[in-house]
Ligand binder design. Structure first.
Ligand code: FAD
Length: 399
C-alpha cells in the first residue's frame, strides 16, 4: 500500500491550496458576514478546472479519479466549506448522468457545464422525506404523447437559487409508487452576475419545456453561509422520455450509487474543515500567553491539540480508504463511505469545539475564524445522511 501522492495528485493539491490562499482566505470572513454568494470565486474555480470533476473525458470533461477528487475537495474546504459544498454539488447532481446516462444525454446535460460556469442542484430531500428518502412523494405521471408531468416539492437544495439544471429523484406513476426515477430538468439560470436577482421572496423561473418551477427564498443558515440553500417546487413540469436517466424504475439504486460516491466527498469537506480548525488553533495558542507561557505549552492544552491532530489524521485515513474503495468499485464501498463520513464529521465537530475552547472568550467572538468554523461543522454530521443513518448502514454491512 502506497500512501504517497502521485505527481498529478500533488499538482492538484498545490493548485487548490494556492487558490485557497489567494482567492478565498483573504476575504472569507467578510464574505461570510455579508452572506454574499461567492459567484466570482466559483467562476474562478471553474476557470482553473476544479469544478465538474466527474464529467467524462468523452465529452471533454476532466474525469478526475475519486482519490484526486477527494484531495481537491479537502483542499478547497480548508478555505471554506460553503464554497466547497456548492462546488461539490455539481458533481453530486451530475454523477448519475455520467454513470447511467446515454452518450446523447451526457452531451445534452453535461456538456454545458464544460463550456461555461454553471451550477447544478441535486434534488432528493423533501419536507416529509429526509433520512427516509424512500418516503418521497414527488412523482412523474405519463401525460400526452409519451411525455410525463413532474409534480412535488424538494427542500434544502444546495445551489437551487442559481442552478441551470436540477437532477430530481421522484416516484413513477403516483406518489406512493414503489418505483423511483431520476429525471433531469434544465432551466434558464438566474446567475448572480447577470441579473442581480431579488431573492427575498419565492419566485418562478422559466422552464425549457413547460410547467412551473418555483424557488423558495434562500435559507438563512447557522453555518456554511456561502452556500446557497432553497426549496424547489415543480408544478406540471413537462418531462420528455429523453430526460429520464437510465431505467425509470431504478432510481433508488442510482441514489445509493451516487451517495456511495458523494459520502467520501462530504468526508473530504469534514477533513478540510477539521484541518483548518487545527491550524487556526495552533496559530492562536502559539501566540496567546497565560501563566507566563504560550497556551500551546500548557500540558493540558497541548493534550487537546494532540487529540485534535489525531482526529484529523484518522479522518484522513478513513477518507483515503473510502476513496480507494469507491475508485475500485469494491462491494464494500458503501460501508467505508459511511465510516469516512462519520469519522470526518466527528473530527470536524471535535476540532472546532475544542479549538473554540482553546481560544477562550475570543473564540466566542464572531470576528475569530474558529467561531465561523464551529458553526460550519454541524452540517457535516447531517447532510447526505445523518450520523445515525451511516451507523445503520455500517451495522447492516458488518452483520
Ligand atoms: C445546508 C444543507 C444543504 C443540503 N443540501 C441538500 C441537497 O443539495 N440536496 C438534497 O437532496 N438534500 C440536501 N440537504 C438535506 C439533508 O440531506 C437532510 O437535511 C438530511 O438528510 C437529514 O434529513 P432531515 O433534515 O429531514 O432530518 P430527519 O430525517 O428528520 O432526521 C432528524 C434527526 O432524527 C434522527 N434520525 C433520523 N433517522 C434516524 C434513524 N434511522 N435512526 C436513528 N435516528 C434517526 C437523527 O438524529 C436526525 O438528525 C441539505 C441540508 C442542509 C441543512
Amino acid at each position: 500500500m502506497n500512501f504517497s501522492l502521485t505527481s498529478d495528485q500533488q499538482a492538484h493539491v498545490d493548485t487548490v491550496a494556492r487558490f485557497v490562499r489567494q482567492e478565498i482566505l483573504p476575504q472569507v470572513m467578510a464574505l461570510e458576514k455579508s452572506h454574499a454568494f461567492p459567484w466570482e470565486i466559483l467562476q474562478k474555480a471553474w476557470q482553473i478546472g476544479i469544478l465538474n470533476l466527474s464529467i467524462p473525458e468523452s465529452i471533454r470533461g476532466f474525469e478526475v479519479d475519486v482519490i484526486s477528487t477527494a484531495l481537491i475537495i479537502e483542499a478547497l474546504s480548508y478555505g471554506d466549506t460553503g464554497i466547497s459544498t456548492s462546488a461539490m454539488c455539481n458533481d453530486l447532481a451530475n454523477t448519475v448522468i455520467a454513470r447511467h446516462g446515454t452518450h446523447e444525454q451526457k452531451e445534452a446535460f453535461l456538456r454545458p457545464f464544460v463550456e461555461q460556469p454553471l451550477l447544478a442542484a441535486f434534488c432528493l430531500t423533501e419536507p416529509g422525506a429526509g433520512s427516509d428518502n424512500a418516503a418521497m412523494t414527488t412523482f412523474i405521471k405519463k401525460g400526452v404523447d409519451g411525455a410525463y408531468l413532474l409534480n412535488g416539492t424538494k427542500c434544502f437544495i444546495t445551489n437551487a437559487s442559481y442552478a441551470s439544471q436540477f437532477t430530481v429523484f421522484c416516484k413513477v406513476g403516483k406518489p406512493a409508487s414503489q418505483f423511483m426515477a431520476c429525471v433531469i430538468v434544465p432551466c434558464t439560470p438566474t446567475l448572480p452576475e447577470t441579473l442581480d436577482p431579488d431573492l427575498s421572496e419565492d419566485r418562478q423561473i422559466s422552464c425549457e419545456k413547460g410547467g412551473n418551477i418555483s424557488i423558495g427564498r434562500p435559507e438563512d443558515k447557522l453555518g456554511q453561509r456561502l452556500s446557497n440553500t432553497a426549496s424547489v417546487t415543480f408544478e406540471d413540469v413537462l418531462i420528455e422520455p429523453f430526460q429520464i436517466i437510465g431505467d425509470r424504475r431504478q432510481g433508488f439504486k442510482y441514489i445509493v450509487d451516487v451517495l456511495d460516491y458523494a459520502r467520501p466527498m462530504v468526508a473530504a469537506i469534514g477533513v478540510g474543515l477539521a484541518r483548518r480548525a487545527l491550524d487556526v488553533t495552533l496559530n492562536y495558542t502559539k501566540q496567546r500567553r497565560q501563566f507566563g507561557q504560550r497556551i500551546c505549552d500548557l500540558p493540558v492544552a497541548r493534550e487537546t491539540l494532540v487529540a485534535m491532530w489525531k482526529k484529523v489524521e484518522l479522518a484522513r485515513l478513513a477518507l483515503m480508504q473510502a476513496a480507494a474503495k469507491v475508485k475500485e468499485m469494491a462491494p464494500d464501498q458503501g460501508l467505508y463511505a459511511s465510516l469516512a463520513k462519520n469519522t470526518a464529521a466527528e473530527a470536524a465537530l471535535f476540532c472546532t469545539t475544542e479549538g473554540l475552547h482553546l481560544h477562550g472568550g475570543y473564540g466566542f467572538m464572531s470576528e475569530y475564524e474558529i467561531s465561523k468554523l464551529s458553526r460550519d461543522a454541524h452540517i457535516i454530521d447531517i447532510y447526505e445522511g445523518v450520523r445515525e443513518v451511516q451507523n445503520m448502514i455500517i451495522g447492516r454491512e458488518i452483520l
